[in-house]
Design a binder for this molecule. Structure first.
Ligand SMILES: Cc1ncc(COP(=O)(O)O)c(C=O)c1O
Length: 393
């Protein structure tokens, strides 16, 4: 076999190997593991969306390539309308929106569409690893902005060296944030827009969790800020919004040049999805209310956070996302050590914060999506087991 491309050396080693080994061992010995690892909605896609797919699949017009430049027209129009309704900002379905095979695909390909050797992408640490890995694989360099708890997990723009800003082409941010659950303010976005405009950087705003929020909270968007559309492309996903992770459907919207650049790159890589999926996505965006799923996450969040606080592990309730980002509660233990002990002694699986970057040391992530849980009973059980494990002292 020929040697694989050097590009693949940018992919970090699999950090969860030890956790996976302990999990497999526990399951093999008959243990009932509560897996708070993956963030993937356990509730089904709403029935009207499945019905729309079935109906569209019977239409032979969907059996062919989608030859449009930006995406299946009813989907692109539904996305633009949804954005207007949800955030009060008009985007033009003719050129300011592009359909994606999930937002991960678009976030990754954007790096290849913009970065040449010597160009820099600014990425959050901790953060979704896709920004970093693909910027490196595309041949660019990466500057990591530390997201610290004392700054509300927002990057400090004044700490970014001028030399980095001069060479940067992309600035990835994500709020509501995976993994910390942090949210952003319009003032933060206004500063970011100014920073990106001053340094000629494309602001890449990942909003995969835009609608996963509680008690009426809505994270603002970058396009709501004056001048936002001049410097930004924003990524949205139907995955978490409508329990559709497996369907692979998302969209990006914002600056016309950035949308066209991404669409041009993609047109040489993929030929879009089965149009019936896009048709079902249009139905979801136009007519489906997924608040029942949010109510379930909220109940689980409350059982888990209230429960942990009550047994002496202080954790913050996220306003958005389905992640609880908690400090390691035992002095002198690393994130990986603590997660391993929790799995061994309580059979509760969590993800060490270092899986999301060096700044994740000292933290761990617990997901509120859990197959087999109905109304939070497994989260109550997780709290009971954590207390009984004696790990908290
Ligand atoms: C922050 C963030 N962005 C984007 C994605 C990608 O979602 P999808 O490709 O399913 O749209 C995820 C998935 O976990 C995520 O956590």
């Amino acid at each position: 076999m020929p040697e694989r491309s050097k590009r693949l050396d940018s992919i970090p080693p699999y950090l969860f190997a030890e956790i996976s080994r302990v999990k497999a061992e526990a399951i093999a010995s008959g243990a009932d593991v509560i897996d708070l690892g993956i963030g993937d909605p356990d509730l089904p896609t709403p029935e009207p969306v499945v019905e729309a797919l079935a109906k569209a699949a019977h239409n032979p017009a969907t059996h062919r390539y989608d030859e449009t430049p930006f995406g299946w027209v009813s989907f692109i129009e539904a996305a633009a309308d949804w954005y207007g309704r949800e955030f009060g900002v008009r985007v033009d379905p003719n050129g300011e929106v592009v359909q994606l095979i999930g937002s991960k695909e678009g976030l990754a390909h954007l790096a290849y569409a913009y970065l040449d050797p010597g160009d820099v992408a600014i990425v959050p640490n901790p953060g979704y690893t896709v920004y970093r890995v693909n910027s490196l694989m595309a041949g660019g360099e990466v500057h990591e902005t530390p997201l610290l708890e004392e700054n509300g997990f927002l990057p400090k723009l004044e700490d970014i060296p001028v030399e980095v800003a001069r060479r940067a082409k992309l600035f990835y941010v994500c709020y509501p944030h995976n993994p910390t659950g942090a949210v952003a303010t319009p003032e933060f976005y206004a500063d970011l827009v100014r920073f990106c405009r001053d340094h000629d950087i494309l602001l890449v705003n990942d909003m995969a969790y835009a609608t996963v929020s509680y008690e009426g909270f809505r994270n603002p968007t970058v396009l709501q800020v004056p001048g936002g559309k001049e410097v930004s492309i924003e990524f949205h996903s139907l995955s978490k919004m409508f329990n559709m992770t497996g369907w692979r459907l998302g969209f990006a919207l914002g600056n016309r040049d950035a949308v066209a650049t991404l669409a041009k790159f993609k047109s040489n890589i993929d030929s879009k999805q089965f149009p019936a999926i896009a048709e079902a996505g249009a139905e979801a965006l136009r007519n489906v209310d997924n608040s029942a799923s949010l109510a379930v996450y909220q109940k689980r969040r409350d059982y888990l956070c209230d429960g942990l606080n009550a047994i002496g592990w202080p954790v913050r309730k996220p306003k958005a996302t389905f992640y609880v980002w908690a400090r390691v509660p035992v002095q002198g233990m690393s994130s990986a050590e603590f997660c391993k002990s929790l799995l061994e002694r309580a059979h509760v699986l969590t993800i060490p914060g270092t899986g999301y970057g060096t700044q994740g040391e000292g933290y761990l992530r617990m997901s509120l999506t859990l197959m087999g849980d109905r109304e939070g009973e497994r989260f109550q059980e997780a709290v009971r087991r954590i207390q009984a494990s004696g790990l908290l002292g």
